[in-house]
Design a binder for this molecule. Structure first.
Ligand code: F6R
Length: 608
């Protein structure tokens, strides 16, 4: 995830920016840069790659000054490259901008700036429009120019802006992206995250959405949307650096589980407009979609589990048969792939060796290939014909959580998009699914607000030697993901079964107190799943049911019930899997496991 740091004061700014950026490295990034107000210019030094590359560049030329901004970039719009790195400037080099977030209408704004105002752009980024807009609107008042700019942009942002025109101020602003102001003596700071400034101050202001902040070395003025000064309480940070990196969470996994509402917003950002899915990165034509007689979804592990949900979706709404393959199996079975195939490769890291090899194989056989990945510029995104980015932010814990749920969202969007372009989705259904997708962040938050509940449930299963997850349809698909999550981090053996399959063998394993997690959120299969729950209850199993809010019936048949908020049923797997993630997490915690780095596992599997 991108990181911002900025400084105004009397100390030499370059080393301060660099040390601040180092404290943000844990967030993941692919390029970095700084901008400093020197005597007669704004000097920008930036480069793709790690901070080491930036340090090497700074050995050639290190700007000197007392006002500056720095940035680590996690690419979203435009691959990681020197020119796409932040800070960005306008045409005149008098302004420099760093930005976290996504400007949804940047293409429109860029067109206006180029065609109507004669601006030249250097990068492929959305951020560069901010620099050009500030330059365009500047008329002797930087705060005003920033205000005018922010009125034009749609999307999310935390920004830091400096200008040669007003060299003694630093401007910051935010909407839907974190930003803090660090308060020093004769110096002040901005940062996207507290660790960047914790070595210098523990007193901060939290900036709220819509606010613009004016910093000089002596003062900080927070202005609300009506340009009125706001009185903000000083927040004193009493955590240490390590806790701060994890945002106060004990493990990155929990942080990432809790980041899901934000991640959902980012994945959806700008992709639903007036009841339609808009995916500029794909721009498939009706003819193209019509020619696909078959879809393959290929991936590994958790990403593969997400594809299991993509299959029934695409089959139902597009009427095209779908095969879901484990990437390490795909290549070795000579799959029937040809130029009438759309092959979708899903990978958080975009580097998984088996998925990459499968992608190359599908390409060789003539398929149109589409990558769904979280990492911009990753190998898989470079090889595929098309790429859909998740924009979920970096995932650091080995166990994948927010990548899984955003992979699901990506497939809902992809499915509705293709069905709308092909003209086969009833308008009403499309609207229902898209509305439900937009409700996800709020409803996911409701589940997360009660996360402590899962600690108790975890205690009741922590001694189990083996666990069973059951469900039907989508509920079965998330049961598979729930079982993987539990076993990989808690080391308890867990297996998922299609609930209807139990009596064909596995029921023999169910005895008194066998823990069974039964997922029953899908209306179409509810009664049948309930019968399966009764089968295990009759054998005195210890049953934890996952159901929709308001379901009283299930209470009669389970030992504990977990409820998820009501939502359109196609989309409900995104919510229903969150309790399973939390259950796995707390079970691992109460068993004393190293949650973020489970034994024998790596985050990115680059061997076949
Ligand atoms: C499980 C997990 C793995 C990955 C798998 C694929 O929590 O994270 O199963 O899903 O290794 O990784 P990506 O998505 O990077 O291709």
């Amino acid at each position: 995830m991108c990181g911002i740091v900025g400084y105004i004061g009397s100390r030499e700014v370059t080393p301060l920016l660099l040390s601040g950026l180092k404290k943000l490295e844990y967030r993941g990034y692919d390029s970095a840069g700084i901008a400093v107000i020197e005597n007669k210019r704004v000097s920008i030094v930036k480069t793709a790659g790690k901070l080491l590359n930036l340090e090497r560049k700074l050995e050639e030329y290190s700007p000197t000054g007392h006002v500056g901004i720095g940035h680590t970039r996690w690419a979203t719009h435009g691959r990681p490259s020197n020119v796409n790195s932040h800070p960005h400037n306008g045409c005149s080099n008098d302004f420099a901008v760093v930005h976290n977030g996504i400007i949804e209408n940047y293409l429109e704004l860029k067109e206006w700036l180029v065609d109507k105002k004669g601006h030249d752009f250097a990068s492929e980024t959305d951020t560069e429009v901010i620099a050009h807009l500030v330059e365009e609107f500047y008329d002797g008042d930087l705060v005003q120019a920033v205000r005018e700019t922010l009125k034009m942009v749609q999307g999310s942002y935390a920004v830091g802006i400096i200008s040669l025109k007003e060299p003694d101020i630093l401007i910051a602003a935010r909407k839907d992206s974190p930003l803090v102001i660090g308060l020093g003596k004769g110096e002040n700071f901005i940062a996207s995250d507290i660790p960047a400034i914790l070595n210098h101050t523990r007193d901060v202001y939290m900036v709220e959405d819509g606010e613009v902040v004016l910093l000089t070395k002596e003062k900080v003025v927070i202005l609300d949307q009506d340009n009125k000064e706001v009185n903000r309480d000083v927040y004193h940070v009493d955590w240490d650096i390590e806790a701060a990196e994890k945002g106060g969470y004990e493990y990155f996994m929990l942080k990432e589980i809790c980041e899901q509402p934000e991640a959902f917003k980012k994945t959806l950002s700008g992709r639903i407009q007036q009841g339609k899915v808009k995916l500029d990165e794909l721009n498939f034509t009706r003819e193209q979609i019509k020619q696909w007689e078959k879809v393959f979804i290929v991936a590994c592990g958790t990403a593969y589990h997400s594809g299991l949900i993509g299959k029934p979706l695409i089959e139902e709404y597009l009427g095209i048969p779908v095969e879901v393959d484990i990437a390490s199996e795909f290549r070795y079975r000579n799959p029937l792939v040809n130029n009438k195939t759309l092959a979708v490769f899903i990978s958080q890291s975009g580097e998984t060796a088996d998925t990459l090899a499968a992608l190359r194989e599908a390409k060789r056989k003539g398929a149109t290939t589409l990558a769904i990945t979280n990492v911009v510029g990753s190998s898989i995104s470079r090889v595929a014909d098309y790429t859909f980015y998740l924009w979920a932010g970096p995932e650091i814990a080995v166990a994948s959580t927010k990548a899984y749920t955003t992979m699901l969202i990506a497939q809902y969007l992809l499915c509705v998009y293709m069905a709308q372009v092909k003209g086969v989705m009833p308008e009403e259904k499309g609207r229902e699914i898209l509305t439900a997708l937009q409700e996800l962040p709020e409803k996911a938050k409701k589940i997360l607000d009660q996360k402590e509940l899962y600690l108790d449930i975890a205690k009741s299963i922590k001694e189990a030697r083996s666990l069973f997850f059951i469900g039907r349809g989508y509920d079965y698909n998330i049961a598979q993901e729930g079982a993987l999550k539990l076993k990989e981090i808690s080391y308890i053996h867990a297996e998922a079964y299609a609930a209807g399959e139990l009596k064909h063998g596995t029921l023999a394993l169910i005895t008194e107190k066998s823990p069974v997690i039964a997922v029953a959120t899908q209306k179409s299969t509810y009664e049948k799943t309930l019968s399966n729950i009764k089968e295990v209850t009759a054998r005195d199993a210890f049953v934890i049911g996952v159901a929709e809010e308001g379901d009283q019936e299930i209470l009669k048949w389970v030992n504990k019930a977990i409820y998820i908020p009501k939502i359109e049923n196609t989309v409900s797997p995104v919510l229903a899997v969150i309790p399973l993630q939390l259950l796995a997490y707390y079970t691992a915690v109460v068993r004393g496991c190293n949650v973020d780095q489970p034994r024998n596992l790596a985050k990115s599997v680059t061997v076949e």
